[in-house]
Design a protein around this ligand. Sequence first.
Ligand code: ADP
Length: 268
Amino acid sequence: IRVKSAEIFGERVQRVGTVVVLEDITDLKKLEKMRSQFVANVSHELKTPLTSIKGFSETLKFVQDEKTRNKFLDIINEESERLTRLINDILTLSSIEQAKAAKPEFIDPVAETEKIYHLLTPRAEAKRIRLTMQGQEGLKAYCDRDNFKQLVLNLVDNAIKYTREEGSVNISLSQVKESLKIVVEDTGIGIPDKHLSRIFERFYRVDKARDRAMGGTGLGLAIVKHIVLGFGGTIDVESEVGKGTRFIIFMPIQQDEDVQSKSEDLDN
Ligand code: ADP
């Protein structure tokens, strides 16, 4: 609690009272703490690949064996790619937070989702995963086109990433009352109950080592959540370990102009 006080004087410079204002700054402090935690996390996440790159490139000049040299070069390359993904995700998250960049317009959500479907089909095929989609005809949504695509991309990309070979991933779009409903479901590894409420936090991973090895940055779902809230929508997740995961989004088809700026105040 922050205390501000001022004394009140009467006409003949006589103190008649004091005004005390108590301001609850718990939320401010919490926000500050979250921000500094985020900076600490970012620094840590950036440092890890950089340390590898530095270590392996320094050692490279002492290694004669060609096979070992190639292995080191592969690691340096992979870690540089991780750095690029991290920086891209951090920039995406910060541009979504500054909701001013969002340009809402009427889009055809099925056509936009089909683009992502085609983009990710090779990745699904490489794991022999059956990727399917259904879209109700004539659907519309009023939102930022790039954010919409990013949202679908992140969810479907995760679904493919966390599903074993020969599994399946399905995307469906339909209208429920005044909302667009998007469901992305997979027959993947699932998420244990105790982690479900935390997966939308920045850098939160169910299994740190495994999920890092999958190439993830830990920011994908934080980006998704920010986009959905910016659209004035909701996101839910249902999952069963070993069976699969289902993400369900509802977003208004037509929304108030000022909703887009809502996500500015939200952390995580
Ligand atoms: P990452 O970049 O590590 O995938 P995300 O923010 O996209 O990070 O997801 C957070 C964590 O939630 C992941 O590390 C993973 O453990 C879990 N997760 C996300 N999507 C799925 C899914 N479809 N199936 C199983 N686990 C998932």
